[in-house]
Design a protein around this ligand. Structure first.
Ligand SMILES: [Zn+2]
Length: 314
C-alpha cells in the first residue's frame, strides 16, 4: 500500500504532541491552536482525527474514532488535566461533555458506544445504525493486515471489529453548543453522505469540516444502506452554504491526515466537484475492489487534482 511509510507522517511534527497515559499504544494527541486537542489514529490507513474542543466551562467532542480501542478513558484524561489545551475547568469538563458526529461512518462513530449520547443529524441511516450498529462483514476489509501501519495492535481482535449500537439524539442545523466564551454551531452539510455536518467555532473562526474538505481522496460515490448516499450537487451546495454561514472563517480542521488545512481548499474542492459533475474533468476507472468500499457502484472513477482526488460513482 502506498500510504505506508517507514516512519509516521511528517505533518504530525508540526504540532505539539501531548503525552497521555490512556493512549492504548494506539491514539496520539496533539495540541492545536484555539484550545483544541486532536486525537488521531495514525496506525490505520484511515488516519482519522477526532477533536476535543474546550470552552471556559464545557467541552465538545467531535467524533469517537474507529472503535479499535476505547477512546473514552483517553477523553476523560484529556478533560481532567490542567495543561490540556489550557483547559480552564479541569475536572468538570468530562461530566458535562457533549459528543457529536460529523457523520456516522465507522471511522468517526466506532467509539460512540462508550458515551451516553451522540448528537447527529436525524436521517434514517443514523437511526438505523445507532440502533443496530454495523456488523463485521461489511467492514472486514478495514481490518486486513495491510490497512495497519505495523502489525495488528496487541489485544485487537480483527474478526470482532464492528460498530456497536449507541444512543443517538437528533441535532438540528443551526444548533449552538455554548461552551463558555465560545459558541460552536452545528451546520448540516449533506454531500459526502446524507447525514454529514460540520461545526463552526465563531470565536476562533475554525471550521471543523469532517470528511468534506481535506487533501486526500474525497469520496462522493457512496450509494448503499451501510455507508449512505453521496450527492455531488448537494456537496457543492453545502460548500456554498458554509461560505455564507462562516463569514469570518480563518482555518479548517479536517478529519483525515493533516489536521489543519487552509480555507482556500473549500474553493479548490468546490470547483473540482463542479467539473466532475459537469463531465468536464477526466477520470480513470477504479477497479480497486478490495479497498473500494463495500457495494459501491462498479462505475467508480477517480479524478485527480492538485493535492487531492475525487472518487465519484459515475
Ligand atoms: Zn472519514
Amino acid at each position: 500500500m502506498k500510504w505506508k511509510t517507514p516512519e509516521p507522517r511528517e505533518y504530525y511534527s508540526k504540532y505539539n504532541r501531548i503525552g497521555v497515559s490512556n493512549d492504548c499504544g494506539w491514539f496520539e494527541c496533539y495540541e492545536l491552536p484555539g484550545e483544541v486537542v486532536a486525537v488521531c489514529e495514525p496506525q490505520h490507513l484511515q488516519e482519522v482525527n477526532a477533536f476535543l474542543i474546550f470552552g471556559d466551562e464545557k467541552a465538545l467532542l467531535l467524533d469517537t474514532g474507529m472503535g479499535i480501542f476505547d477512546i473514552r478513558p483517553l477523553i476523560k484524561e484529556l478533560c481532567s488535566r490542567e495543561d490540556t489545551a489550557k483547559a480552564k475547568a479541569p475536572g468538570s469538563y468530562f461530566d458535562s461533555l457533549q459528543v457529536v458526529n460529523c457523520h456516522c461512518h465507522f471511522d468517526h462513530a466506532g467509539g460512540n458506544w462508550a458515551f451516553d449520547e451522540i448528537l447527529a443529524v436525524d436521517v434514517p441511516i443514523v437511526r438505523r445504525q445507532s440502533q443496530a450498529g454495523v456488523a463485521h462483514e461489511p467492514l472486514s476489509n478495514q481490518t486486513d493486515e495491510d490497512m495497519f501501519l505495523y502489525d495488528y495492535p496487541e489485544d485487537f481482535q480483527p474478526e470482532e471489529y464492528c460498530v456497536k449500537p449507541y444512543r443517538f439524539r437528533p441535532c438540528e442545523d443551526g444548533h449552538i453548543f455554548r461552551l463558555g466564551g465560545r459558541d460552536v454551531e452545528f451546520i448540516t452539510t449533506p454531500g459526502h453522505t446524507e447525514d454529514h455536518a460540520m461545526l463552526y467555532d465563531h470565536k476562533h473562526g475554525i471550521l471543523f469540516a469532517g470528511d468534506m474538505i481535506y487533501f486526500g481522496a474525497i469520496y462522493v460515490q457512496f450509494d448503499n444502506d451501510i455507508l449512505g448516499h453521496s450527492d455531488i450537487e448537494q456537496y457543492i451546495d453545502s460548500l456554498k452554504k458554509i461560505r455564507t454561514r462562516c463569514p469570518d472563517l480563518k482555518s479548517v480542521y479536517v478529519s483525515h491526515n493533516d489536521f489543519i488545512t487552509d480555507s482556500s481548499a473549500i474553493t479548490l474542492i468546490g470547483s473540482a466537484l463542479r467539473r466532475v459533475a459537469d463531465g468536464t474533468a477526466c477520470g480513470t476507472p477504479l477497479h480497486d475492489e478490495k479497498y473500494g468500499y463495500y457495494m459501491d457502484p462498479p462505475t467508480m472513477r477517480e479524478y485527480t487534482f492538485d493535492g487531492f482526488s475525487i472518487v465519484a460513482g459515475f
